[in-house]
Design a protein around this ligand. Structure first.
Ligand code: M6R
Length: 612
């Protein structure tokens, strides 16, 4: 993971580097650092700090380093504990070569052993540091930068992107990319380097996305791009639409709360823009291909995987297409039987998740039809897949997914209905009704928060914040929703939350039921499943369990069994997860707030998981 930024040009670099790092903190935030070339004596200087970026910013009061070329980093540790030594930049022995890096150098142990036996002294336990020491050796060997770089890159294994600033080549920054994303923003006599163009959004809209397995030598007004053999590559600069208003929290106390409240408008925006889109062209398929589809394969991680698991019900119920859902990290290592009449659909908020990206690459290499549902138009997955559907959730800054989840569900539900229309399973009238249902679900999502807001803040959140463990139960479509709810609670409150399919309770987990372990049960708006859930609720109550229920209006039996109940208006059963989402997120948010957690940036996490 980690955020990499760099600047070379006519202005001092520090402002951009700090702004860029703060925008990339979603990629990791356990430590940060900067290196730059002092304009006066052309020496490489640096500053690093453990913890949040603010700690680094405060250090500038005593060490106000700056320059016209610099690189910066915000870290999500993979190799080595969180410490100042392990923060990037990392250096060679002379401290004249600095490296900021995202990804993993898989053969770092071998390289380190060789370098150590050649006399190099290491200061950190990171894999990154080997790059600096190795380049130090290669520069001595080759006496020139270009051959040294080529030799270096050829020996590094893994998926990585790094930027390198050298004291002896102070008017250049080197960037290298293998699978992990990296881009260069082209300005007027200045270049911006970043893992994600979000970092320089508002400064330039001209971007070079480094091709896979390439490196570039960058000066303030020139980019030279090469493949890993040193052959020059063409420079394909794209104009992108960037949004510099992205990180405004407005009047909200946190990004997560803001993003919870944005969901109603996000759903409406999605529906409006999907209706106006040329969907099959966008997805890179033909109407005939859709008509003849035999299966759908959904691939994702985390919250996006939960959205996919919910969508399985959409595709199978509405479209009558057998649908399989894969965790991207598992998909890649399972036997692959390419299906020609299948759409392989990756789902990813960021479009950068390493496992999903690799799964997509595998699908493509097998010649299967691939598309991605993502929130980021400029993401690697959009470039990788045959087509894409954009979710229009807007930048999601809080680490815990909220509005991107509902936007994914909206996209998947709408797409499924559109497929059913193409296959003549539903009529145009039913298609319009499905869009209206989505807008109704958005309305309910927000109204439910408002209905329970005061009670949650003044009573329920305080009461439930004192519990150490929770069990989540769901059934049918509410099971993957319960998985998402349990994930939300654990990631932002650090309370242990275990989720089961309600029918599994009696097969073992029921041993955990006691008065100190609240059970949160999500109902379904389906009469058969509902009756089964009532039985599951009774099993909990008859063992002295404490029951919190999310039920629908009219589900009296279940409502009566609950110690705490949230009642939600009736809705199309397949859209129940969307309708419940706002309230569920608001409830767990308030528990985390009572516990004083850093909700937008929970410990150990990163927004975009760009390592495998
Ligand atoms: O960007 P992606 O949707 O591919 O990210 C996948 C997961 O890392 C992500 O959904 C994660 O589980 C959530 N942020 C948790 O709230």
């Amino acid at each position: 993971m980690c955020g990499v930024v760099g600047y070379i040009g006519k202005s001092y670099c520090r402002d951009y580097i700090i702004q860029g790092l703060s925008r990339l903190e979603y990629r990791g935030y356990d430590s940060s650092g900067i290196a730059c070339i002092e304009p006066k004596d052309k020496k490489l200087v640096f500053l690093k700090s453990e913890g949040r970026l603010q700690n680094l910013i405060e250090k500038f009061n005593d060490f106000p380093i700056n320059g016209f070329a610099g690189i910066g980093h915000t870290r999500w540790s993979t190799h080595g504990i969180v410490s100042q030594q392990n923060a990037h930049p990392q250096f060679d022995c002379q401290k004249t070569i600095s490296i900021v890096h995202n990804g993993i150098i898989e053969n770092h142990n071998d390289l380190r052993l060789k370098l150590e036996s050649a006399g190099h002294i290491f200061n950190s336990t990171t894999d990154t540091e080997v790059i600096a020491h190795f380049l130090e050796d290669l520069l001595v060997l080759h006496k020139a930068l270009m051959p040294a770089l080529i030799s270096l890159i050829k020996c590094l294994e893994g998926a990585y992107a790094f930027a390198c600033l050298l004291q002896d080549f102070s008017d250049q920054i080197i960037v290298v990319r293998k699978r992990s994303p990296l881009c260069i923003g082209v300005g007027q006599d200045e270049m911006f380097i970043a893992s994600d163009l979000l970092a320089f959004s508002g400064r330039t809209n001209k971007v070079l996305f480094l091709p896979d397995e390439s490196f570039a030598i960058i000066t303030k007004d020139l980019i030279q791009l090469f493949d890993f053999n040193g052959n020059a590559l063409p420079i394909d600069i794209k104009e992108v639409i960037t949004d510099s208003t992205l990180s405004q929290m407005g009047a909200y106390e946190s990004y997560m709360l803001k993003e919870i409240y944005e969901q109603k408008s996000v759903i409406n925006k999605c529906v409006t823009s999907f209706k106006a889109s040329n969907i099959w062209d966008n997805l890179g398929v033909t109407p005939e291909f859709i008509k003849n589809l035999d299966t759908i394969n959904l691939i994702a991680c985390g919250t996006s995987w939960h959205a996919a698991k919910i969508a399985q019900f959409f595709f199978e119920k509405i479209c009558l297409i057998p649908t399989r859902v894969f965790l991207a990290s598992e998909f890649r290592y399972m036997p692959f039987f390419p299906e020609t009449k299948s759409l392989y659909l990756a789902i990813s908020q960021s479009g950068e998740t390493a496992d999903t990206l690799e799964a997509l690459a595998l699908v493509k290499s097998m010649g299967c039809a691939s598309a991605v549902i993502t929130n980021v138009a400029s993401s690697s997955m959009v470039r990788q897949a045959d087509g894409f559907l954009l979710t229009h959730a807007g930048p999601e800054i809080a680490v815990a997914s909220t509005k991107s989840f509902t936007a994914q569900l909206t996209a998947l539900y709408w797409l499924c209905n559109k497929m059913a229309l193409e296959k003549s399973i539903i009529t145009q009238k039913e298609m319009i009704a499905s869009e209206e249902d989505l807008r109704l679900a958005a309305e309910i999502l927000e109204n439910c928060i408002e209905n329970y807001k005061i009670k949650i803040i003044t009573d329920l959140a305080i009461k439930y914040a004192s519990y150490k463990h929770f069990i989540f139960l769901g059934r049918h479509i509410s099971y993957p929703f319960a998985l998402e709810a349990a994930l939300k609670l654990k990631e932002i409150s650090y309370i242990f939350s275990q989720c089961y399919a309600a029918g599994e309770l009696k097969h073992g987990p029921i041993a955990l039921i006691d008065s100190q372990t609240p059970v949160i049960l999500f109902s379904c708006f389906d009469s058969v499943i509902y009756q089964k859930l009532v039985s599951n609720a009774q099993e909990v109550k008859s063992r002295n369990g404490h029951l919190i229920v999310f039920a629908f209006e009219g589900q009296t039996e279940l409502i009566k069994l609950a110690d705490t109940v949230f009642v939600i208006p009736q809705i199309n059963p397949l859209l129940a997860p969307i309708a419940m989402t706002g309230l569920m997120q608001f409830f767990v948010y308030q528990i985390a707030k009572v516990l004083g957690r850093p909700i937008d940036r929970p410990r150990n996490l990163a927004k975009s998981v760009t390592v495998e």
